[in-house]
Ligand binder design. Structure first.
Ligand code: FAD
Length: 394
């Protein structure tokens, strides 16, 4: 006997930090929501990647009642930007933008655990071990098939939100990804240095790629990007040689590098969907755009996606012509997000191209550029604003 599919107003596929942020942002409204996540409960996930959160993200996480419960985010009160081998450097401080801190560092897994707990505390319908396999959408509805504990299940919704990091969207008509593989890999690890500058984050552009040290408790979270072929070799170095090489690339600002924790690596691509909406469907977070972590924009941008989508949905009563999933609601959301997304993507991509070129003339110009930036508060303010708030709409 054929069973009738269960119906929801909104199904969110992917319960990563962005999907959960959306579910939490919608908790006060009357919509029926289902959140589907392929992994086990968040507590089982161990992902040490540091996330630099902007002040704007802090404000959103405060609205979601997440911020208060996060385990000690470390404030960034200074960002020191420099270019290896060249004389320029610039320093961004909160005075450049008039806020208490430039940003905060948290671990992916701390954030993920806190959000997972909150999703359950609010009684959001949340299924883990639920691997979505098939999506079908038309003008009227979205249909989602998933596997859970060996059983195939199917549901229908007025609106399908894809927050799966970018695996499933191409099943939707008219959507494909533009992909640029930088052939770079990010090495992530916690490191201890002989000297520690509380609250200072370092972003250093080396000939191999950008190297960031983010203050995290009393140590630094390292995000070190370099060509993949090189990263494979660097990952194989023993701790002592790894630390020596890191010191050589970073310079003497923090004296010796004393200790390195477990190293993890992530291949880096820039990937964005040709359009972020389809029939009855929308993509947010990494599913809409995956950015290079150089400027720490990816999650911040994804969080703004979730926040703005929740705002758009909250203004769309069921049964009206702009109900969740209607063409009208979706194009309003798309329009609202266009500018912020475009700038976040271009900003990150230009930063990489500008600082990873091996032309020495350009390198020298970069050196001059950074020094000039230091003398020009308005330009500095512009960069700081982009890194902190993203772009405000319209
Ligand atoms: C090394 C590194 C450092 C970074 N640093 C920063 C930083 O400093 N600041 C910043 O803002 N961003 C940073 N980022 C980017 C940030 O990690 C991402 O933007 C963020 O994780 C995106 O969240 P998401 O929820 O969209 O996607 P994800 O975190 O990828 O979550 C997607 C979820 O969907 C689930 N899923 C996938 N497929 C399915 C399926 N078929 N069915 C059901 N569920 C599914 C997955 O299990 C996962 O839980 C960094 C990234 C890297 C690699």
């Amino acid at each position: 006997m054929a069973m009738t599919d269960q119906q929801f107003d909104i199904v969110i596929v992917g319960g990563g930090p962005v999907g959960m942020a959306l579910a939490l942002a919608l908790r006060e409204y009357e919509f029926s929501i289902l959140l589907l996540e392929a992994r086990e409960l968040p507590e089982t996930v161990d992902d040490p990647r540091p996330l630099a959160l902007s002040y704007g993200s802090r404000l959103i996480l405060q609205h979601l009642d997440i911020w208060e419960n996060l385990a000690q985010p470390t404030s960034i009160t200074t960002i020191h930007i420099s270019n290896r081998g060249y004389f320029g450097h610039t320093v961004l401080t909160p005075d450049d933008v008039g806020i208490p801190a430039l940003g905060y560092v948290v671990n992916y897994h701390n954030l993920y655990h806190t959000m997972g707990q909150s999703v359950r505390d609010y009684g959001i319908v949340y299924q883990v071990n639920a691997l979505v396999t098939t999506l079908r959408t038309d003008r009227q509805r979205a249909q989602v098939t998933y596997q859970q504990n060996g059983i195939e299940k199917r549901i229908q919704a007025r609106l399908l939100v894809l927050a799966d990091g970018g695996k499933l969207a191409e099943q939707i008509d008219g959507i494909h990804y533009h992909v640029h593989d930088y052939r770079h890999t990010a090495i992530v690890a916690n490191v201890k240095t002989e000297s520690f500058r509380s609250g200072t984050a370092f972003e250093r552009f080396t000939l191999n790629g950008p190297l960031a040290l983010l203050p995290s408790g009393d140590q630094y979270a390292l995000v070190w990007t370099m060509p993949t072929v090189k990263a494979e070799k660097v990952l194989k170095l023993d701790d002592r040689l790894f630390l020596l090489y890191l010191h050589e690339q970073f310079g003497d600002r923090l004296r010796d590098f004393m200790h390195v924790g477990k190293r993890t690596s992530f291949p880096l691509i820039l990937k964005h969907a040709s359009t972020i909406v389809g029939h009855r469907s929308v993509m947010i977070g990494n599913a809409a755009q995956t950015l290079h972590p150089v400027a720490g924009q990816g999650f911040n941008l994804g969080l703004r996606d979730a926040w703005e989508l929740a705002n758009e949905i909250s203004r769309a009563p069921l049964g009206t012509s702009n109900e969740p999933g209607s063409g009208k609601m979706l194009s309003a959301y798309q329009k609202r997000r266009q500018c912020d997304k475009h700038i976040g993507r271009m900003f990150t991509d230009s930063l990489i191209k500008l600082f990873t070129t091996d032309s020495s003339l350009l390198q020298i110009c970069n050196g001059i550029g950074l020094t000039a930036l230091d003398c020009l508060p308005p330009a500095r303010r512009l960069i700081a604003r982009q890194m902190i708030f993203g772009t405000k709409n319209g």
